[in-house]
Structures are given as structure tokens and as C-alpha cells.
Design a protein around this ligand. Sequence first.
Ligand code: ADP
Ligand code: ZN
Length: 221
Amino acid sequence: MIIIMLGAPASGKGTQSVVVAQKLGVPHISTGDIFRWNIANNTPIGTEAKKYIDKGMLVPDELTIQILKDRIEMEDCKDGFVLDGFPRTINQQESLDSMLAECKKSIDMAINLAVTDNEVIRRISGRRMCKCGKAYHIVTYPPKTAGICDLCNGELYTRKDDTVEVANTRLEAYKLQSEPIIAVYREKGILVDIDGHKPQDEVSEDVLNEIEKYSSKQGVV
Ligand code: ADP
Ligand code: ZN
């Protein structure tokens, strides 16, 4: 199955993508994670992407589409994948459609995690990350020990683009460049809206229920 996870920054896309990918046994592909890996490892892609990411702007399509194409052509993607953070522009959405059409594949489902602007800013300004991928919120979802990950004992850090100022730019980029994609997938009849304000576990339940419904209709897993 090919699933696209849509939603504003900090809507829970990353968290829910991991849950879905585990459930389906397919890779979780996050363009944000790929860029951050490149930045941490000082690659040329990382140097280029960092100029935009630190300001809260989108990385140019040409580079983003190329890294995505390279990733989904890998062997482990042949039975499907969950896309988290791609497509983020109409141009990316159209490129993805043609990449998939070339290998006679198509998107099964696009899941839209809806949250309000206020909630986006609230979540981003309190977000703390662990290198294992787990995310916390200092007020509403703190770790058991302050600053330490419950899962791996790693030291928590704040993403450089998780300041209120950069968060506002990211939200603006989302509204202008990414939100129009929702209408495209709705038109194609593959969009499912999920209330992203509920507690994480309930959102996961809602998402997995929708996938279950779709699978039993299609007879695919
Ligand atoms: P979030 O959804 O919380 O903003 P991501 O990890 O998905 O976090 O993305 C972080 C940043 O990486 C974005 O603000 C953007 O600069 C860059 N990025 C990630 N995916 C894309 C994409 N598909 N196109 C352009 N830029 C991207
Ligand atoms: Zn951890």
C-alpha cells in the first residue's frame, strides 16, 4: 500500500506515519528526516537544504523531488511505503503521480491530519525531540525524567526550526504551498480527514480504522 500523510507542521504526521508503517510492514519515508540526516552528516544536500529549513522555508522542488525519487526506487519500497512530508507543493504532487504511473503504481490513500493554527504553534513551541525519533511536549506530553527520552535514555533537544518565529513561517508556507494538495486528493476520491486534536493513541486508532476499512473494500493488505 502507498499512503500519504498530510497535515500542517506538528500535526502529528511523523508520529502517525511510524505507526502506520509498522502496522503495514512498509518503510516510513520522511523528507524532513532525510534532510536532517544530510545536515547532521554535512553532505552537499544537507548544506543546500539547511539554508531553507532553518528559515522555515520549503527546500526547492528540484532537490526534494530528486531525493524522494531516489528513495522510493529502493528495493524496500516495492510493496509500498508511507510518505511523511511529501508532497508539499502541487509540483511535487504532480511529479509523484508521474513517478508512480511510470511503474504502474498509485496512491491508495491520503490521510489529512487536521489541527488548528493555534495548536500548531502551541505544539511546536513546546516540542522536544530525541534522536530515536520520539517527540515530547514540555507541558502536555513530558518525558518521565525532564530532558531524557523514556524509550532510549537519550538526551532531548529542540529542533532549530521549532522556534515561534520559524514556526510561523512554516505555517505560512504550509497554507500557501501545501494546503492546496488536500483539494487535489479529495477530488481524486482518496482523501480521508482525521481530527488531529485527539490524544495520540486515539488518532492512531482512527487512522488504522480508516486503513482497515479501505483494505477490506479493496481486498489488499
Ligand atoms: P514539520 O512537518 O514538522 O514541519 P518536517 O520534518 O516534515 O517537519 O520538515 C522540516 C522542514 O524540512 C520543512 O520546514 C522544509 O524546510 C523541509 N522539507 C521537508 N519536506 C519537504 C518537502 N517535501 N519539500 C520542501 N521542503 C521540505
Ligand atoms: Zn529516544
